[in-house]
Write a protein that binds this ligand. Structure first.
Ligand code: ITT
Length: 185
């Protein structure tokens, strides 16, 4: 059994649903861990794992995600949790007020500790920032993010709609492929 270490219930809902479809059961371990200041999500999870290795028994999974705005050089990116807490979706809309380039990407890096090894899996979804908050589903910045090819925000989608195209779902797909091992020739 894999423990998903996260204080974020929304992440657990998405990852557990997606993994269950693939026949993998996880349990939630609701705890926080130190997140270093760096420029890449992968460095955040790799450092966190050095701390969690001493605290969590058995196999575990962690997820670090961020919203990267094209017009702001990728900000808030690795600082997304802080910016969400301080400014919320409304703050992002204010930062982009009058800005024509509304391109953005969500990224997720998952780290799996299994049998003493650390493996990381990446997922990205590109999209645009909406003019206003729309929808009550999802969590975090979902009400302002419209994924490429869609007209609804993530917050206007069902869990399975978001899970079909999200950054997190893509990282989970890579994780599942890894768990299944190399394909038989
Ligand atoms: P952990 O305990 O798993 O670290 P967290 O909420 O602190 O939970 P992150 O640092 O990865 O997680 O999150 C960065 C921020 O981006 C946070 O405010 C989230 O709400 C937001 N976020 C992450 N994934 C998102 C998603 O799929 N949709 C919308 N917002 C998301």
């Amino acid at each position: 059994m894999i423990a998903f270490v996260t204080a974020n219930e929304g992440k657990f809902r998405e990852v557990s649903a997606k993994l269950l479809d693939a026949g993998v059961r996880i349990v939630r371990e609701d705890r926080t861990y130190p997140e270093i200041q760096t420029d890449r999500l992968e460095k955040v999870v790799r450092f966190a794992a050095t701390v969690l290795d001493d605290q969590v028994r058995g196999d575990y999974l962690i997820d670090d995600s961020g919203l990267f705005l094209d017009a702001l050089g990728g900000f808030p990116g690795v600082y997304s949790a802080y910016v969400y807490k301080r400014l919320g979706c409304a703050g992002i809309l204010t930062l982009l007020d009058g800005v024509s380039d509304r391109g953005a990407a969500f990224q997720t890096v998952l780290l799996l500790r299994r049998g003493g090894d650390h493996e990381v899996f990446h997922g990205e979804t590109r999209g645009t920032i909406a003019d206003r908050e729309r929808g009550a589903g999802g969590f975090g910045f979902d009400p302002i993010f419209v994924p490429e090819g869609a007209s609804k925000t993530f917050a206007e989608m069902s869990l399975s709609e978001k899970n079909a195209i999200s950054h997190r779902a893509r990282a989970v797909d890579a994780l599942v492929a890894h768990l299944r091992g190399p394909k038989e020739p």
